[in-house]
Ligand binder design. Sequence first.
Ligand code: GLU
Length: 469
Amino acid sequence: MTVTRFAPSPTGYLHIGGLRTSLYSYLWARKNGGVFRLRIEDTDLARNSEEALKAIIEAFNWVGLSYDGEVEYQSKRMDIYKKYIDILLENGNAYKCYMSKEELDSLRASQEAAKQTPRYDGTWRPEDGKTLPPIPAGVEPVIRIKAPKDGEIRFVDGVKGDMKFDSSFVDDFVIARSSGVPTYNFVVTIDDMLMQMTDVIRGDDHLSNTPKQIVIYNALGVKHPNFYHVPMINNPEGKKLSKRDGAMDVMDYKRLGYLPEALLNFLVRLGWSNKDQEIFSMDEMLELFDPKNINKSASAYNAEKLLWLNSEYIKATSNERLVEELKFFDLDLSTYSKKDEILNLSKQRANTLLELKKSILDIKDKPEEYEEAGVKKFVKDDTSVILKEYLELLANNKDSFSSIENLENLTKPFIEAKSLKFPQLFQPIRIALTGGTQAPSVYDILFILGFEEVEKRILKALEKNFKNS
Ligand code: GLU
């Protein structure tokens, strides 16, 4: 059975890189009818925060990636790690090192002076026939793993292919500090082992941890999971993604009016592809995703593509759901009688939920002011007569408000009969109804607002002579 996990460290918000690897892990587990776990890597007490933890879980819930079982917290599993440290000490694959910090510093300094890579010199490493130094008084030892001294550590990465690391790169690294607190690579390995991970999908910034983790698996006599190291998301210039490019808190995307499905769709394509398909429903992602097809090279963040995807998702989203989503932006359309009409119209043009809200309010709320440039350009001496006559026509044909087509059939002959050009009638009406000249089709607005509201707004504009004071 496939078991994957998402293992964030609660040292900051959930960013899109983390969300992407968790999406990949989620898809791979769900696709195979497996298990997807959430594990909070909170052993770095100095850098953890309760707030970050809450933010990560909130973001995770927003995008709707469900996990199985209880959330595991590493901070609550110290006894378990301690037990495995003891096992390794007993089976001779780990040992106590009493070297003081000063000794280590001076060792490092002399190696650096000799242009050597700093390494532990093996002073406390037990070997057959070797006598260890006498244990110094008052020094709490660290625990080091007995790593292979020569040769290579090899594994097949599901994304990058054959990987090999010189054993000297790993060194007898510390698995528990003198305080007894286990180190990062140790706890990750113990947890992945106990949670029976089959596939570890994570950012390639963790690649250098993997040989160390493999040494621990080997020391415990356990097979290691498959590893997939996913290349980073860069900015369009190929540099590290910064906040300005979009390395934001996942919840910022919610605040900016993105739908979670659009964000997930964007992320699945950032680093993975299936021919040239761009839009993937969750079902399609589940059907098609395979970590073997994760790109080998870094991907580039593309803000326009995300906007485009979001606009496609908004168009395809039911009005019922949009009404719910808009509540987050303090717009409640649930009791508005024309909600379907206004949403059907506005969602065709909105890239984000914020734009959707604006375009709805432009129509729904009476204008607070009239766009001066538009008034100057389109409101002429004859405008008031034209509008009054048109209003009269509407008043005598209120039935026409039953459909856009009827409104069109009523208006066109009027324009022809008066030998008007469309903007002569339509632009002043747009301004009277919405305040600006950019609003969608006049027929749509008339239809949505209905006769009474249209009459009110046109009369108001005429009364104020399209002035703002
Ligand atoms: N806790 C690590 C992080 O947040 C992930 C560790 C892993 O996936 O192995 O970067």
